[in-house]
Design a protein around this ligand. Structure first.
Ligand code: SUG
Length: 448
């Protein structure tokens, strides 16, 4: 098998709920306190994974995190038994919801990964994102780091870095603000880091909504990964896009190999396309830059439909497909645009629509749910094999979700100690299914 891209998808966890925690994420805020459907969320995520696997793509899974995060609540001064902690914390609903979010499902924010073709020591470099802008997301980094170490354990092939310091100057949201382009997966690629603001001087940044990724964080990740300066670009997100609800760059742009598909308002630096073209010229390959104008798709439609949060994948026949959210089929402008795109001369030959609405309602589309990892055949052979989705694992996961997940949840249910027990039982079984060993605090400390 040649070098390929593998999608690692986060499974929506048993506490999936709508608490409206993410300022600047229009869908999250719009669904505040709506009932959520955790079983449906997880089944939708799993169905997307199966769909991609059936297209002949390599697909793997990442487990949910332990929620509510009892350790975090203890750290914040709650004490007693787990049930007592939940009861006391329920008097602070936003705090409890923050410790109960299933946000680890959005694996595009788990880490930044640089393939071995790009790095100085020819290992795959992994930096878990600190996600420090939103408290509920900042809780993910330690478990994410443990999970990634359990999956990519061989140090001769995989280099794990600590998350960046948890300060606002180093806000890092992982692969959602990182795109790798190139001639093939084997060749050194162009790693594009998109940042929302300069943290260490006074350059423009949006006012209403937070710019989560800083230039300083992106530069640090690029240094840690040992990337060559000539193969790295730092581009600022257009503050207007953040103001319109594009809290991550992957809401307005997606790239793969020589294709970059993006909204004309995605980047503040209008010279970015020229620089990308120049890089490709040096690599003796022509890029396919598909810039979508405001007249074609207004930014508001791009954000509500999540058109650019489609996955752009390379199929075994070497053509590309867009895996778009079903919302793009319902929006006449995006549907018409996508139909037209297939008649243009680009590598994109197919559009498939997937229903991940439970995740979409919290601002997470198809591309948010996956972390892309490009691996050589040797590296792939060194990955913990338990996480690869095949028919057997698919059937096991489906049964596991059906047995353990609740149908319906409200944020107030997070105070129910039975939910914590159910979730821990589910996760314990999952680590056995995926052969991950003990990765959760409750597995190490014994049940409280
Ligand atoms: O960080 N939503 C996530 C959605 C992340 C989407 N990821 C990418 N674009 N790659 C966020 O805003 C909402 C949780 C809540 O409200 O309970 C939330 O965290």
């Amino acid at each position: 098998m040649p070098t390929t891209e593998i999608n690692f998808d986060g499974i929506p966890g048993p506490t999936h709920n709508y608490a409206g925690l993410s300022v600047g994420n229009l869908a999250s805020v719009a669904h505040t306190n709506s009932p959520s459907y955790p079983k449906q969320a997880a089944l939708q995520g799993l169905a997307k994974m199966k769909f991609l696997a059936d297209l002949g793509l390599s697909q793997a899974v990442l487990p949910p995190h332990e929620r509510p995060d009892i350790l975090a609540l203890r750290h914040l001064g709650f004490s007693g038994s787990d049930a007592q902690i939940l009861k006391s914390a329920s008097r602070h609903p936003t705090l409890l919801a923050s410790c109960g979010s299933a946000s680890a499902m959005w694996a595009a924010n788990a880490a930044t990964v640089s393939p071995s073709a790009d790095t100085a020591d020819h290992r795959v470099h992994i930096t878990p994102a600190n996600l420090q802008t939103q408290f509920h997301r900042s809780l993910e980094a330690p478990t994410t780091a443990a999970v990634l170490k359990a999956i990519f354990a061989d140090e001769s092939a995989f280099a794990h870095h600590d998350p960046l310091p948890g300060s606002s100057q180093f806000g890092d949201e992982g692969a959602a603000n990182h795109t790798r382009l190139g001639r093939s997966y084997d060749d050194p690629g162009l790693e594009i880091f998109v940042f929302g603001r300069h943290a260490m001087d006074n350059q423009s940044s949006p006012a209403r909504f937070p710019a989560r990724q800083t230039l300083e964080a992106s530069q640090a990740v690029s240094r840690l990964h040992g990337l060559e300066a000539k193969n790295v670009m730092f581009i600022q997100q257009n503050p207007m896009a953040i103001e319109a609800g594009a809290f991550h760059n992957d809401v307005v742009a997606v790239g793969n190999l020589n294709v970059l598909f993006y909204h004309s308002s995605a980047f503040a630096d209008f010279g970015a396309a020229k620089q990308i073209r120049e890089w490709f010229e040096r690599s003796e390959c022509s890029p396919c830059l598909i810039e979508v104008q405001e007249e074609q798709i207004p930014l508001a439609d791009a954000v509500s439909s999540y058109l650019f949060n489609s996955q752009l994948v390379q199929l075994p026949d070497q053509t590309m497909a867009l895996i778009a959210p079903a919302e793009c089929r319902e929006n006449v402008r995006t549907r018409t645009f996508l139909e037209g795109l297939l008649n243009q001369d680009t590598p994109i030959r197919k559009v498939h629509y997937v229903d991940v609405r439970q995740s979409m309602n919290n601002g997470g589309g198809p591309a948010c749910l996956r972390l892309r990892v490009v691996l050589t055949e040797r590296e792939r052979g060194l990955v913990n094999p338990g996480v690869f989705l095949n028919d057997g694992l698919y059937a096991s996961l489906k049964g596991w979700i059906e047995r353990h997940y609740r149908d319906r949840l409200l944020p107030a249910d997070l105070a129910d100690s039975m939910l914590l027990e159910e979730s821990r039982r589910a996760l314990d079984e999952l680590t056995q299914l995926l052969k991950l060993g003990s990765i959760y605090p409750f597995q190490r400390a014994g049940r409280g």
